[in-house]
Write a protein that binds this ligand. Structure first.
Ligand code: LLP
Length: 419
């Protein structure tokens, strides 16, 4: 459920008509609904309330906008960060350092030092090598790094190959059959406090059974590690719960997810940690765009919009579907290909799609663009960096300015040797 609905034939974000935002900031622009964000944060958190001890760290990568993080901090969320940049954002949003988890296969020494000094709550180690480096840094700084070890459970998440992370051939975590030995090695390192295991098998999961299979595997590993005399008090179950992008698609509800977790972990006796991203932010945003022109094609007409793959990369990268809807639909329908202005064929949002009839100058949205939308934007073809707006009831504000190509050009230099 979201707060992007038609009132008097015009699509609104909460109580704000989208044409108002297009008039104010121009298009393309991401529009977030604060009420939708809060709703999703609460539904997920309330579903997990059936579990005895829970920590939720929002996967910042899905939407790192400062205003979004601020709302989630207010809702009691911590953060799962994967870079120094994300760490600074989480801190700037007011998230308590103790509620921040640091994931990622390539944390640099500088990032490890900064995170230790900031006093973050947990490092999710992705290798023995990383653990040994962190231990050395922690000893040098006279600190202790609280850690869990990310294991690769070798489970097929059943999602798009480019967003699967839990198969043995993926770079993430330590090999399952090596995990107990690596845990024992790291648990003996002064400077580290090993407290558990982590996993994340992929994103946009449409079914719960791959998650359940992975949780069962790491549950067994937890028992093995405990039997060897080590502490396992925290189990980080990652993110991955998918959302419907196509109206009518059925996805697992947070309540079903929580019930599965409760069943599988009933006798674990551990604090359960979660790193949801898309399920919190996906439906919170739309990408508002304007039709540049409708061009005749060999087959279906080409609807050329002013948003492109640099603004919303998911269709080009993962053949992802985003529902397209006119802001002021006439009721008529057309079959069309929807594309952006960028000079390559991957700049395609949809082919042969039945959509609201649109014409030059009309406004439209790509729905479910709140997760992995603006955060993956770039300036390819020397386009602007797409801006972001947040709506709150009948108010709205720019929460990320459009960065004009001239600003980017001003950061470039022609060196002396070319003069
Ligand atoms: N935890 C870890 C360690 C992750 O790598 C991810 C996502 C998450 C949590 C959050 O997963 P979520 O709950 O959002 O599924 N750009 C892709 C998605 C990449 C996801 C990467 N990792 C897309 O647009 O679909």
């Amino acid at each position: 459920m979201d707060h992007f609905e038609y009132h008097d034939g015009v699509l609104h974000a909460e109580a704000v008509a989208l044409p108002q935002i297009a008039d104010g900031v121009d298009t393309p622009v991401y529009v977030y609904s604060r009420a939708t964000l809060i709703r999703h944060a609460r539904v997920f958190r309330d579903a997990l309330a059936i579990l005895p001890s829970v920590h939720i760290a929002f996967a910042v990568k899905s939407n790192p906008n400062l205003a979004v993080l601020k709302v989630l901090a207010t809702e009691g969320y911590g953060a799962d960060v994967v870079s120094g940049g994300e760490l600074e954002r989480a801190l700037a949003a007011g998230m308590a350092p103790a509620d921040i988890v640091f994931s990622g296969v390539g944390k640099t020494s500088a990032e490890l030092i900064r995170a230790l000094e900031a006093g973050i709550g947990q490092f999710n180690l992705e290798s023995a090598e990383e653990g040994l480096e962190l231990a050395e840094i922690a000893r040098r700084l006279g600190r202790t790094a609280t850690c869990v070890l990310r294991v690769n459970p070798d489970v097929d998440a059943g999602t798009h190959g480019k967003i699967s992370t839990g198969k043995a051939e993926n770079k993430f975590g330590v090999p399952f059959d090596r995990a107990a030995a690596i845990y024992a090695r790291l648990a003996g390192e002064p400077g580290l406090a090993m407290r558990g295991l982590a996993l994340h098998i992929g994103s946009q999961l449409s079914r719960l059974d791959p998650l359940e299979a992975a949780f069962l595997k790491v549950g067994d590993l937890m028992r093995t590690i405990r039997a060897a005399g080590h502490t396992v008090s925290h189990m980080d179950l990652g993110g991955g719960v998918g959302v419907p992008y196509k109206s009518g698609d059925i996805f697992p509800q947070p309540g079903e997810y929580a019930a599965m977790v409760a069943r599988v972990t009933a006798d674990w006796g551990a604090t359960l940690m979660f790193e949801p991203g898309r399920v919190i932010t996906g439906n919170t945003g739309v990408l508002l765009t304007r039709v540049v022109r409708v061009k005749e094609g060999a087959g279906h007409p080409w609807v050329v919009v002013d948003a492109a793959m640099n603004d919303l990369a998911r269709p080009a990268m993962y053949d992802a579907w985003h529902d397209f809807a006119a802001v002021a639909p006439s009721g008529a329908q057309m079959t069309a290909n929807i594309v952006g202005p960028i000079c390559e064929s991957s700049d395609t949002f949809a082919m042969a799609r039945d959509i609201d009839t649109v014409a030059r100058g009309d406004l439209a949205v790509f729905r479910t663009a709140g997760a992995y939308g603006a955060t993956m934007a770039n300036t390819y073809n020397s386009r602007a960096m797409v801006p972001e707006v947040m709506v709150d009831g009948d108010r709205w504000a720019i929460v990320a300015e459009r960065i004009e190509p001239s600003t980017i050009l001003a950061a470039e230099r022609v060196p002396d040797f070319l003069l």
